[in-house]
Design a protein around this ligand. Structure first.
Ligand SMILES: NC(=O)c1ccc[n+]([C@@H]2O[C@H](COP(=O)([O-])OP(=O)(O)OC[C@H]3O[C@@H](n4cnc5c(N)ncnc54)[C@H](O)[C@@H]3O)[C@@H](O)[C@H]2O)c1
Length: 260
C-alpha cells in the first residue's frame, strides 16, 4: 500500500485495454483514491464508466474533458477542486493524430493542420494539465505527474510519423516542466511503453504484427503487458521515486536496446 492517502487524476481510460486502465488498476491496488476524466459525450462516458466498473470503481469521480480545449481543462480541474482538497498524482495517457497520416510513406504529405493537431492534443495537453494541477499539488505539498510516450518519438518507426514528432515534444515538455516545478516538489516523468494493442495503437498503419515482432526482439522474450506499465506508474507515483524527475523510463521489455 504505497499510495495510501494519495489522490490521483487519471486522463485516458477509454476501455479496459487502455494503458490508463492498467495504471488505474495498479494505483488502486496500492491504496490511491482515483478520479477520472473522459472524452465529452454520453457514449464516451458510458465506455469509460464500464471500464472503471470492471475495476470495482462504480462510484469514482468523473468529469468530461476534451484536452484539446483550454476551457475544458479549466472546467474539469475546477470541478475536481470542488470535490477534492488536493491532488497528488496526475496521469496523462492520451494521444491523437488523424490516422490518414499514420501510414508508411505518408509523413512528407502531412498537412499543417494534422501536424499541429497531433502536437496540440498529444503534447501541449501535458503542459495545460500540469498548469491546472499545480495549485492542487501545491496544497498536497508536492506531486507526481507522468505521461505515456513511445520509442517512435526518438527513432523512426515506420508509420508512426507525426505521432513520433508529438512524442518528442511530449518528452521535452516533461523535462521543462520537471525543471520548473521541481522547486515545489512536483516531479514529472515519462513512461515509454512497449507496443500494446489498443484503440490508439491500432490507428497506426502496419502494427498488426507489432506484438509478435516486439516479443521476438525483446531481451525479455515477451510482449509488454499493461500491468508492466501499471507497476512502473506506482513507482513513479510513490516515494520510491522521490529523487526521480525529468526522466523517461522504458517499460518495453528492453526493445529499445536492440539496434538491428
Ligand atoms: N498502445 C501502445 O502501443 C502505446 C505504446 C506507447 C505509448 N502509448 C501511449 O499511451 C497513451 C494511451 O494510449 P493507449 O494505447 O492506451 O490507447 P487508448 O486509445 O486506450 O487511449 C488513448 C486515450 O486518449 C484519449 N484522447 C484522445 N483525444 C483526446 C482529447 N482531445 N482529450 C482527452 N482525451 C483524449 C482517448 O479518449 C483515449 O482514452 C497514449 O499517449 C499513447 O500514445 C501507447
Amino acid at each position: 500500500m504505497l499510495l495510501n492517502g494519495k489522490i490521483a487524476l487519471i486522463v485516458g481510460v477509454a476501455n479496459d485495454r487502455s494503458y490508463a486502465w492498467y495504471i488505474a488498476k495498479a494505483l488502486k491496488e496500492h491504496g490511491a483514491k482515483l478520479a477520472f476524466t473522459h472524452l465529452p459525450g454520453e457514449k464516451n462516458e458510458r465506455r469509460t464508466r464500464k471500464a472503471l466498473e470492471s475495476l470495482g470503481l462504480q462510484d469514482a469521480w468523473m468529469a468530461p474533458m476534451d484536452a484539446g480545449k483550454d476551457e475544458d481543462i479549466n472546467a474539469a480541474f475546477a470541478s475536481f477542486a470542488e470535490r477534492h482538497d488536493k491532488l497528488d498524482i496526475l496521469v496523462h495517457s492520451i494521444a491523437f493524430a488523424d490516422r490518414e497520416w499514420l501510414q508508411f510513406g505518408k509523413f512528407t504529405d502531412t498537412p499543417r493542420a494534422a501536424y499541429l493537431s497531433a502536437v496540440d492534443v498529444s503534447s501541449y495537453t501535458l503542459l495545460g494539465m500540469a498548469r491546472a494541477a499545480r495549485p492542487l499539488m501545491q496544497k498536497a505539498g508536492g506531486g507526481s505527474i507522468m505521461a505515456m510516450s513511445y520509442y517512435g518519438g526518438e527513432k523512426v518507426v515506420p508509420g508512426y510519423n507525426v505521432m513520433g514528432v508529438a512524442k518528442a515534444a511530449l518528452e521535452c515538455t516533461s523535462r521543462y516542466l520537471a525543471a520548473e516545478l521541481g522547486g515545489e516538489k512536483i516531479r514529472c516523468n515519462i513512461i515509454s511503453g512497449g507496443y500494446l494493442r489498443t484503440l490508439a495503437s491500432s490507428a497506426v498503419g502496419g502494427t498488426s504484427s507489432m506484438e509478435e515482432l516486439s516479443a521476438q526482439r525483446a531481451p525479455l522474450r515477451r510482449a509488454t503487458e499493461g500491468d508492466d506499465v501499471g507497476r512502473t506508474a506506482v513507482y513513479l507515483a510513490s516515494e520510491l521515486s522521490s529523487g526521480v524527475t525529468g526522466e523517461t523510463i522504458y517499460v518495453d521489455c528492453g526493445v529499445n536496446l536492440i539496434g538491428t
